[in-house]
Every structure is written in structure tokens, then in C-alpha cells.
Design a protein around this ligand. Sequence first.
Ligand SMILES: [Zn+2]
Length: 387
Amino acid sequence: MMRKVLKENGLSLQVTLTSEEKLESPGSYSRLIRSAVDEAIRLKASDIHFEPTNKGFKIRLRVCGTLQVYYSSEKNIDLKILPDVLRGAMFTTLKAISNIPLGKQSEAQDSRISFTKRGIDVRVNKIPTEFGEKIVYRLFNKNESKKLTDAGFPIETYNDVRSAIQKKSGLIIITGETGSGKTSTIYSLIEEMDRERLNISTLENPVERHVEGVTHTGVTQKLGFSDGLRALLRQDPDVILVGEIRDETTAKLAVRAASTGHLVISTMHTNTALNIPKVFEYYGADQMQLMESLVLGANQRLIRKICPECSTSSDKKGGNFKTVNKSGCSKCSNGFLNERVLLFEYFTRDEINEKGGILLKRSIKELVIELAKKGVIDENEVHRHTH
Ligand SMILES: [Zn+2]
């Protein structure tokens, strides 16, 4: 057990070290984990993977949606140490830092820790694998701004989004794949609201970030999205944020709430904003109520910016198209910058006609072509995001 001794008024007291104190202890494995955490923060990585392998272990960081190897014991191995001894020592230290109890090696376990000085909250997840336990850190930067003005919207989009969140009631649905940043977007929407005068409540799985003036509730096995939403509706809400709509009851309740005087914000897993009514139809929600309450429907993607230093220009007419140079240069990693651009396809109330037909105000296709023409993204992204 890692403990420290506090001496006060002549008394000495043993206290368990915090995760950050354990991270900063002098051992060589703590040092390696610490350097991975600090590098992840520097690169704004979203996750750190600590993976056991047949020859020891490796550490990978997810930066801008792509995993990159940070450390591999195969390359740095001291041949006198056997892989399982190496792995054992590494994961014992990692589990101590991560507040994952030793033992229970065949079980999935999770925990939450904070590296307070670094301004980082970590959601830890452990799962048994063929070579031992794999641990993944999902990082949440507490100081990172989530303001709507920083979301990267063009001015017209920003104004449309703002007017949607100023409505007293209605439904705002942001769609996108995992890792498309839709959770960040819905957080930035509630950050923008008058949190003192409105009762804003959330239902999330899990609560990813605390927003001042907002009541957050995490769903559990005992309180799922639908029961939670039903209970929240009895708490006199103005705005309800539901992390994700993925079952019939939640879909129906969300539509009903939106058409009875509440502003409901949620996300869905589909690849175009035009599919939103179809998903609700699939869940059996009232289509008429839905079309009357939808105030904003969107689909978003995050695309890596291409490195302007080493990319090659193609001689296509009508724009400054560029192709990635996969070997990269000293200014980038494999031809890409550690930065992504947000593509936000959407429609508002005004784009829904009387028959329920929807015309997109901006489409992913239009946006991706525009960015490729400017040479901001790899021209191959056009094909990837329009088919
Ligand atoms: Zn480059």
C-alpha cells in the first residue's frame, strides 16, 4: 500500500497517497506512466491505452481520433527481464495509480481519478485480455473551454445554433459517430444558456463534465434513460439534456417533452441529419409532434487538418486541392496536424416544409468539398465523407 506519514502536533498519521502523488513517486514505472500522461495532455489526446502484449506492454495515445504508439517495451526491453515480470510490475503500479483494486484479475473494473494539478479527470476502465489486464484512460480536461464561440462554427451557423437554444421549447438533435465530438457540442450549448434563470438538468451515461449551475444525473442500472427522463420531467425543467436517444421509451418521452414546453437536447448515432425523423419513426415516436418540435437537427464530423508543409498539391482545377504525405515532416505526424476542423451539417425549423420534407441548410458534402478546395484537409476525405 502506498502511504505517506503526516506529522501534526507530535502525532503521526498514515494517509493513503492520492493518484497524483502516486503518479509522481520516483519508481521507474511511475515515471513512465507520468511521462505518458504528460505527453497525452500536451498532445490533447482523448485516451491513453495501456496494453499488455506477448513481449511486455505498450502505451498508445489517441490524438485527433487516431492511435499512435507512445512506448513499446519490445523496443526498449532489457532482455534480462522476462515479459511477464515486466508486465506484472508495470500493471501493479498502474492499478495503484488508477485506484483499481488488485486481485479480481478476470473481471472488468472501472474507476475515476483526478490529476488535480494537471487539471485532468480520468475515467479508468480495465478489462482482462489474453496477455493480462488492459487499462484505458479517458481524459477530461477540466479547464478546457467548451464555449459555443470556441466550437469552430462559421458565423451563420453560430447564429442559427444560438437562436435554436434560445427557444423555450423544442427538440435539438446532434448526430454523429463515436468520436465526432457531439458530446462536446451539446455541452457547449448548455454553457451558452442562462444557467441562473433556467432549470437545466442532464441525464448522461456517464456524467463527463460538470457545468456550473446545471444539475447532472448519471444513468445507472437502476435509473436508465427512460426512467430518469420521466423523473426529471416532474422536476419542473426548462431544459433537459439527454446524453443519447437509443430506445423507444426515451425517444417517445423526448418528443412529448419537447412538444409540451421543454427544450430537449440530445444526440443520436446516424450519419446524416436527414435521418433524424427516420430514427424517431423507427422508435415509434409521434411524427407530427416530432416535426413540429424539431428546432435544430445536425450531423457533425471532425476531420484532421493536413500539414501545409509536406502535403503535395494536385493539379486539379477549381481549387487548391492537396494530398497527404504519409511519411510526414518535422512539423506534423504522418502528414497531419494535431488539429481537427469541425463540419456541421444542419437544418433549422425554417428548412422543414409543411409536408415534413427537410432541406439541409449546410450539408456535409458541401462542407467537405469546400475545405478540400481550400487545401485544409486531404482531398481523399471528400470521397470518404460523401459516399
Ligand atoms: Zn508535415
